[in-house]
Design a binder for this molecule. Structure first.
Ligand SMILES: [Zn+2]
Ligand SMILES: [Zn+2]
Length: 283
């Protein structure tokens, strides 16, 4: 399995020369199976716009003969704002499946339909688009997508829940936890149990430890918490994700160095990096 990062920034897109190495697009991760040419997409932040261009060029989606599964961790704006600009939705013949395991109050369909409504967009409605849509709330139970099996579990995210997503191919497992806030030890234990033994953990690391006391209730975690979850879960490859829009490339470098120093001080054999837009990692 391979993971291609199209957007790793949290909350809002951050253009600018000081953000180019880790990138300014909001969350979007493409998962590519080893078997066949099968892919799926996690989250529809602005990163899904360049992802869509690549899918149009590289897959049958470009000629209206493709199918793609999009999993939304939750429907906060930074995880759906790229959806109306995802090129495959404009091509007749394509099938776009969307699943979200963390809707509250509104269905996944209604959230996306509302995003296209006249208040926010000239597109008006999903009906106006040319692809065929299959958009459903999801209980997180395992489902197949080609050779991949996907499941989801709830995680605390400030005043609401988000979801973590597991993508498996054979014995390989990607754990994607882009937004999580740990209110207590029990919450961290639950997430560590859910991602136990994953080959790679992509984890919210929006904060540095000094941010945490002043940002309670914001729904995010620090690189320090990410290291502790990976340690508890026995995960040896940690990818820091959902970078703070106020943290430029140099500041993300500092967070990575501090996370590595922490892992070393704990005697952990752990590979740690920060997700960088445009990069591909093999599991
Ligand atoms: Zn987010
Ligand atoms: Zn959120």
């Amino acid at each position: 399995m391979r993971v291609r990062f199209w957007g790793a920034r949290g909350n809002l897109a951050t253009p600018g020369a000081e953000f180019v190495r880790y990138g300014g697009n909001t969350p979007c991760v493409e998962v590519l199976a080893d078997a066949g040419d099968h892919r799926l997409i996690l989250d529809a932040g602005t990163g899904i716009i360049p992802a869509g261009r690549a899918l149009m060029a590289e897959t049958p989606l470009g000629r209206g003969a493709g199918e793609i599964l999009l999993i939304l961790s939750h429907p906060h704006i930074d995880h759906i704002q790229g959806f109306p600009f995802f090129a495959p939705i404009y091509v007749r013949g394509n099938v776009v499946r969307v699943r979200c395991a963390a809707t509250e109050g509104r269905s996944t369909f209604d959230v996306l339909e509302e995003e296209l409504s006249p208040n926010y967009s000239p597109l008006y409605s999903l009906d106006e688009l040319h692809a065929t849509f299959d958009i459903q709330d999801w209980d997180g139970q395992p489902m197949s997508s080609g050779p991949l099996t996907v499941s989801a579990f709830p995680v605390p995210h400030g005043r609401r829940e988000s979801s973590g997503v597991l993508v498996r191919e054979g014995a390989t497992c990607l754990a994607y936890v882009p937004n999580v806030e740990y209110d207590d030890e029990a919450a961290m234990t639950r997430v560590a149990d859910a991602v136990r033994g994953a080959s790679m953990l992509v984890h919210d690391a929006m904060h540095v430890p000094a941010d945490v006391p002043q940002r309670r209730g914001y729904g995010h975690s620090s690189y320090e918490e990410a290291v502790h979850v990976a340690r508890r879960a026995g995960v040896r490859h940690l990818v820091l994700f959902h970078h703070d829009p106020d943290r430029d490339d140099a500041a993300v470098d500092e967070a990575v160095a501090a996370a590595r120093a922490l892992a070393q001080s704990l005697g952990l054999d752990m590979v740690i990096c920060a997700a960088a837009e445009g990069s591909t990692l093999a599991l």
